[in-house]
Design a protein around this ligand. Structure first.
Ligand code: AHR
Length: 625
């Protein structure tokens, strides 16, 4: 039996309660949400970043029609700029005929083109040949042109951006892009880029991925990590902007893309920062989500225990954080607001929350630095909520100490992370019932049950009923990680999967979407028998007065429940959305057994019975009469 006190009032639920956490893990950014098709476009890859990398990674020299030359990546005074230091030099001294150049193999399998779609090519180039250097740019697969070649005339020895456009004649997932030069002399190339013309809201992101994220109706977007943010050596925090293995620092990621560095990514591959802080803020705005950036706290997290003890460096990072707030919120006349305006967004982005640090294993060292960030931010921007964290676990010594310190220092919000077995999620739905209502609020920034099967999603959904019931403590929550390219996975399970051709939502994507689109504005008190595999939460949509009843039946048998609404008169027909299936089921690129089913439920009254299918999540929307 589910007893609902329909006239009762529970905690208010923030409209931002459920959101998404984007981290560049599993190739989520370059070649993913940021749909660059050329890998190592600026020739910056280096064995220091990854032992398999070298400056010509993904590039191969190529000659046509008897062309001759040499291709060498150089780093000298002729560079494009200080952040983008290396470039490709094609020496064509002996090139009496034909053409010589390089071909790029794309990311994991090759470049993806789709017949009829348009692709924007660009390159920065210069030549020492007085009459100029003609370039031929080709999109091919196995020697066959996927589109008509593009011709570019490089003129002059100053770096200039040249552009061209392809319309693909055929579809391929194994294409490559070649750039070959004719004539003699030396031509320099950098930032060789190919991007699909069609992007989400014309803001540069891959449409199917952005649309799937938008369909979740996220209340917030946490970015850019995760371990990506805060793990770096002491040297990483202080290294100059172009140096390898520099920790993720937001100022490296804004401005013209050719002036953004390429950096080693915590997850083992390189990141171009083509998806940078401006793009994150803009994406958050485009999907109606509150932006929630996370900056490094100068204590390495993610299993590494190193606290940077350098007061000057700490002050520089604190100032960077203040500058970030100005970049997001400052007037277009302010120094950092002007940079935002130059990038095309004079209006502020409306930043209200900022995270400092991620999963530090040294709670005392972290807190000592966190309070300095927090106090500086609050002094200048008292309206900003500064989010701390509780380390990498759901409990234990680090967790307890971190929480103690968070309480002692009057922290506003604490980011908790945990990845556990489904049984843990089923057994712990009461976790937040006992949290101190007067203590810090919780941001459950990362959680998932460890697999991508429907049984995992059922356990997560059962757990989410407890999050929602405790919305006065748990103000924000996001499943993690968000994206994974099936060809290069560092972390699984994940919410949305993709390859170069398509994307698909996991079973947990479906539960998240169902909850996130049926949150409600306040909790309505409800009870049921104590059973960890039959959970419920009820909320009210204030605009329509509807009661939103979410029921998770994680049992192998159907459960018929009497739903008792007290004296509240309701419409006889309710809307239902149901997810159900075999707990072992997996949604894949080929088949998605777990999909929502919409239906109407008749015979609804102030006391009615309803059968919940085995292994199901159901949302009933009941209208007041
Ligand atoms: O979500 C994947 C990783 O899990 C995050 O980078 C980190 O914060 C956590 O350990």
């Amino acid at each position: 039996e589910v007893n609902i006190d329909a006239a009762g009032r529970g905690p208010a639920i923030d409209p931002t309660m459920y959101g998404v956490f984007f981290e560049d893990i599993n190739r989520a950014a370059d070649g993913g949400l940021y749909p660059e098709l050329v890998q190592n476009r600026s020739f910056e890859f280096d064995p220091a970043d990854n032992q398999d990398y070298h400056p010509m990674t993904a590039w191969t020299p190529v000659a046509a029609d008897g062309g001759q030359g040499t291709a060498e990546v150089v780093d000298d005074d002729g560079r494009l700029n200080e952040r983008n230091r290396r470039y490709l030099r094609l020496d064509l001294a002996g090139n009496a005929r034909g053409s010589y150049g390089v071909t790029n193999a794309g990311f994991l399998n090759g470049l993806r083109t789709e017949a009829g779609k348009t692709y924007e090519f660009s390159v920065w180039a210069r030549t020492d040949r007085p009459s100029g250097t003609p370039l031929t740019v080709r999109l091919t697969d196995g020697g066959t042109d996927l589109a008509d070649p593009v011709r570019v005339e490089v003129a002059g020895d100053g770096w200039t951006k040249y552009t061209g456009r392809f319309t693909a004649k055929s579809t391929s997932s194994t294409g490559s892009l070649s750039v070959t030069a004719e004539g003699t002399g030396t031509v320099a190339l950098d930032m060789v880029s190919l991007l699909p013309q069609e992007t989400y809201k014309n803001h540069g992101l891959r449409p199917d991925l952005a649309e799937k994220i938008a369909a979740l109706n996220p209340g917030f977007l946490r970015f850019p990590g995760g371990c990506l943010v805060n793990t770096g050596s002491h040297e990483g925090y202080e290294a100059p902007g172009w140096e390898r293995k520099r920790s993720y620092q937001w100022k490296d990621t804004i401005g013209p893309v050719e002036q953004r560095a390429t950096n080693a990514n915590f997850w083992g591959y390189n990141q171009s920062y083509g998806l940078g802080y401006f793009e994150y803020f803009q994406f958050a705005e485009d999907i109606g989500a509150m932006p929630l950036p996370v900056v490094p706290a100068l204590v390495t997290g993610c299993g590494q225990n190193q606290a940077t003890d350098d007061p000057q460096l700490l002050q520089r990072h604190i100032q960077d954080t203040l500058d970030l707030i100005e970049f997001a919120n400052g007037p277009a006349t302010s120094p950092w607001g002007a940079k935002r305006a130059e990038m095309g967004h004079p209006e502020p982005f409306g930043l209200t929350h900022i995270g400092v640090g991620n999963e530090e294993n040294l709670p005392d060292e972290f807190m000592q630095r966190f309070v300095q960030f927090r106090d500086a931010i609050k002094a200048a921007h008292p309206e900003i909520t500064v989010v701390s964290n509780s380390g990498p676990d759901d409990s234990g010594e680090i967790f307890d100490r971190a929480w103690q310190l968070n309480r002692d220092h009057g922290v506003e919000m604490v980011d908790e992370h945990y990845y556990n077995d489904p049984a843990w999620f089923l057994a712990n739905h009461h976790r937040y019932d006992a949290y101190d209502r007067n203590g810090p609020k919780v941001f459950l920034g990362e959680y998932a049950s460890k697999d991508n099967r429907w049984g995992n999603s059922l356990a997560e959904a059962a757990y989410m009923t407890g999050l929602e019931r405790n919305a006065d403590v748990v103000n924000l929550a996001s499943y993690a990680p968000l994206l994974a390219h099936e060809g290069d996975v560092q972390w699984s399970p994940d919410m949305i999967w993709f390859n170069d051709e398509k994307s698909w939502g996991s079973t947990s994507y479906e539960t998240q979407k169902l909850f996130m689109n049926n949150v409600g504005d306040e909790v309505v008190p409800s009870t049921t028998a104590e059973d960890e595999s039959f959970r419920q939460v009820v909320t009210r949509d204030n605009a329509t007065g509807e009661l939103i009843v979410k029921v998770v039946n994680a049992q192998a048998e159907a459960a018929t429940a009497q739903i008792d609404l007290g004296d509240t008169p309701v419409e006889p027909t309710a809307r239902a959305t149901t997810l159900e299936g075999d707990p072992a089921a997996v949604n894949s690129g080929d088949s998605a057994p777990i999909r929502p089913r919409e239906s109407t439920v008749d015979g609804v009254s102030s006391s009615f019975s309803h059968e919940f299918p085995p292994n199901s999540v159901t949302v009933l929307r009941i209208k007041p009469a």
